[in-house]
Design a protein around this ligand. Sequence first.
Ligand code: FAD
Length: 361
Amino acid sequence: MAPKIVVLGAGVSGLTTALLLARSGDYDITIVAKHMPGDYDIEYASPWAGANYLPVATPGTPSETYERTTWPELARLAESLPEAGVHFQDTVIYRRAKDVGTATGDWFAELLKEDAWFKDVVPNFRILPTSDLPAGIDGGTAFTSVCFNTALYLPWLTSQCLKHGAQVRRGIVSHVAEAANLHHTGQRADLLVNCTGLASLRLGGVEDAAVYPARGQIVVVRNDPQVMASVSGTDDGSDEATYIMHRAAGGGCILGGCLQKDNWESQPDPNMAVRIMKRCVELCPKLVPEGQGIEGLSIVRHSVGLRPMRKGGPRVEREVIRGVPVVHNYGHGGYGYQTSYGAAQAAGRLVRKALGVGARL
Ligand code: FAD
């Protein structure tokens, strides 16, 4: 009989991990979560993400490996599976010298490098000539990235899990070990995978004090700028950022944003929304019809999400809690999509070690 696994969490981390485990055919899997694709809730980060692939990991860390190994799978989705809602997008990254040491400057430190570690991972990496830089920008690079339509991608991941035999059900646990009683067979699970994101801060049995939120506010618009763009910082505050992402398949365009550490506020700040829109139109005048300002934006909604950050980086580890083997995969901050396959593979290897069965993932 195949080992029984409960994957706790149905964000991009839980669904990707469940998919790789289910695809191996070696396990009997139940995905249990409080929030599912289709829900929009401040406790559920994944639907709010842009989401694109802008590597930010420090070289030599596990996150670098996760980002590096995730790219080929994202490229495969963009190339050959249009139903997943992922497409290639050219992206430009602008650097301002004055952003060194700010919250957003630090966040983008690796991304901004002209000799970035990922220059041979993504296609078409190039340094922009000075003549191509807008006013106030000191340097820039460009490459081919991808952008997810999360409203399509998360349901697609769920469907793929179902196709490969996983069962999906709602559930809320107050202690991680309780999840072992929620396997669809009614029997106790042999192993749990904890993909609860920010909730790992307070979830009984985990209570990881290194986890904290970084608030992100965005504006979703119908306008199409034809390109993605990000800047290392703004003059509106060291935790505010400017980025534009165009989602695949009618998902709209995401205008961001900010990275506000330890801020739990779930409601959009209208003043910040105006600043975001102004900065994005200034950065990319093509966003709006010629001669127009932010009145030329067609707004779908204003949103806020909390990135599940973790001091020291994501936690992909195994331990035994109340006698149940648990593999953790959480703490992916502002990069959970671009680390998703690499981290899920690493979690899958830990599952295999813990159970002593299963194919290579
Ligand atoms: P979540 O999506 O938060 O999922 C957690 C799951 O655990 C949910 O299903 C929840 O219901 C469940 N859960 C929690 N507690 C319990 C419990 N007690 N019982 C049962 N279930 C529970 N990343 C990128 O790679 N690229 C980007 O461009 C990008 N842009 C972003 C922009 C914004 C504005 C934000 C907010 C984030 C962005 N991110 C981006 C980051 C990305 O969204 C996150 O890293 C990722 O979504 C985290 O996924 P997760 O599955 O770990 O957590």
